[in-house]
Design a protein around this ligand. Structure first.
Ligand SMILES: NC(=O)c1ccc[n+]([C@@H]2O[C@H](COP(=O)([O-])OP(=O)(O)OC[C@H]3O[C@@H](n4cnc5c(N)ncnc54)[C@H](O)[C@@H]3O)[C@@H](O)[C@H]2O)c1
Ligand SMILES: [Fe+2]
Length: 387
């Protein structure tokens, strides 16, 4: 067995309506004045109402609210929220939202804790000391950011996403309240669910860094996703399907944050950074191509997963891998997600676009965990086929 380290420092609490205890959770973490990071849609939809009431108990300062996080948050948004946190003397953070909100809160915490320019802390393992307490309440089931050690923030000037990665970035506590996901529209439900599925499949494929711990989380989460994503997409009010997707997404988050992702994420990051496409939906477009590309390197692992998932009982690895790819493609179709970049609104590529995208993808940190080395030519080839 190869050596490994597994981080899971976040306390995870699951249950319908658990979000209404958010104030108590922050108090337990030692927070007195909290910056709540969220977005305008969620405020308007009333998702914050019970959470805000939970801060009304005596002993709590009124929380400070920043609700201007855009989808795919960016550097100016982080700076604005950080300024508010610093001016308000906040000592703790609560993120309520999707991956964009949670990643914003993580990087705001960097600014609040250390001061200075956030760009000095980008990259891997550049954080000097513990951060302020952070509680996360995800309202999408996909990114796993509520337990992950990374955050992605868009830098418009560079046309790419900046990565912040450190074990110190893991949130202290996560509340998984499936009732908050009932309002998530079908396309986002499916797209975020495909992000979680991609986390499972890429963590599984990251053979040099995966372990029995990450493999078992990936496979169990995949079982839950195959059994519940279509239902959560077509019947958004189904609390059981939402619950399964939410827990599966957190499990997939623990798997990928320990094992890594791969070529699909590298290509989705390059595409999202340039064209603003949704992270999970972009992963869904690249996933069949990424699985096909890696198939020759890790067919036995795919086949093992296919057998564990009950998709096949064939002992032929090539057949098992084919079956796994087939059910993934079928799930994407059944959830009504686009199968090509053109349908995502990506404009036709010039040769220069393709070269720049390939350069970004092969230098993206995600690709270092991919089981098969990809050249710029391989990446360009996938871009052309996926268009
Ligand atoms: N840090 C990590 O580990 C990690 C992993 C994967 C992705 N990401 C990042 O996460 C971001 C994507 O996050 P996302 O897919 O969760 O989407 P998102 O946070 O960008 O949200 C998308 C939209 O969904 C809306 N929304 C969210 N929850 C809702 C709800 N319950 N009801 C109604 N509307 C709701 C939001 O208002 C927003 O308009 C990307 O920036 C990506 O890079 C981070
Ligand atoms: Fe992802």
């Amino acid at each position: 067995m190869q050596p490994f380290t597994f981080h899971a420092p976040t306390r995870i609490t699951f249950g319908a309506d658990t979000a209404s205890s958010a104030g108590e959770f922050v108090k337990e973490l030692g927070g007195t004045r909290t910056l709540i990071v969220t977005d305008a849609n969620l405020m308007k939809a009333g998702l914050l109402d019970k959470i805000l009431s939970s801060f009304k108990d005596d002993g709590h300062f009124e929380p400070v609210i920043f609700s201007d996080v855009p989808a795919d948050s960016d550097v100016p948004c982080v700076k604005q929220a950080a300024q508010l946190a610093i001016e308000s003397r906040c000592d703790s953070l609560l993120a309520v939202g999707g991956g964009s909100v949670i990643d914003t809160a993580k990087v705001v915490n960097i600014c609040l804790t250390y001061g200075g320019d956030l760009l000095d802390y980008q990259g891997l393992n550049n954080l000097p000391s513990r951060l302020h307490p952070l509680l996360c309440i995800p309202t999408t089931a996909g990114t796993g950011s509520e337990v992950s050690l990374v955050a992605m923030i868009k830098d418009h000037a560079e046309g790419k996403k900046l990565l912040f990665g450190s074990r110190l970035l893991a949130p202290d506590s996560a509340i998984l309240d499936p009732a908050l996901l009932l309002s998530l529209p079908p396309r986002l439900t499916a797209g975020t669910g495909l992000d979680a599925l991609t986390h499972c499949l890429e963590a599984l494929a990251a053979v040099s860094t995966s372990s029995s711990l990450t493999d078992s989380l990936s496979i169990e989460a995949m079982k839950m996703i195959f059994a519940n994503l279509e239902r959560a997409t077509t019947d958004g009010a189904n609390l059981e399907a939402r619950s399964n997707m939410l827990v599966a997404s957190t499990m997939a988050g623990l798997a990928f944050t320990n094992a890594g992702v791969g070529i699909v994420h590298a290509m989705a990051h390059a595409t999202g950074g340039r064209y603003g496409t949704h992270h999970g939906i972009t992963n869904a477009v690249f996933l069949p191509y990424g699985l096909d590309f890696n198939r020759m390197a890790i067919a036995p692992k795919y086949a093992y997963a296919a057998r564990q998932l009950g998709i096949t009982n064939s002992t032929d690895d090539a057949k098992g891998a084919d079956e796994l790819i087939r059910v993934v493609v079928s799930l994407i179709e059944r959830c009504g997600l686009p199968s090509c970049l053109k349908d995502l609104g990506v404009p036709e590529f010039s040769e220069v676009d393709l070269e720049e995208l390939a350069e970004q993808a092969i230098t993206d940190p995600a690709i270092m965990f991919n089981p098969r080395e990809a050249s710029a030519e391989d990446i360009i080839n996938i871009y052309k086929r996926a268009y």
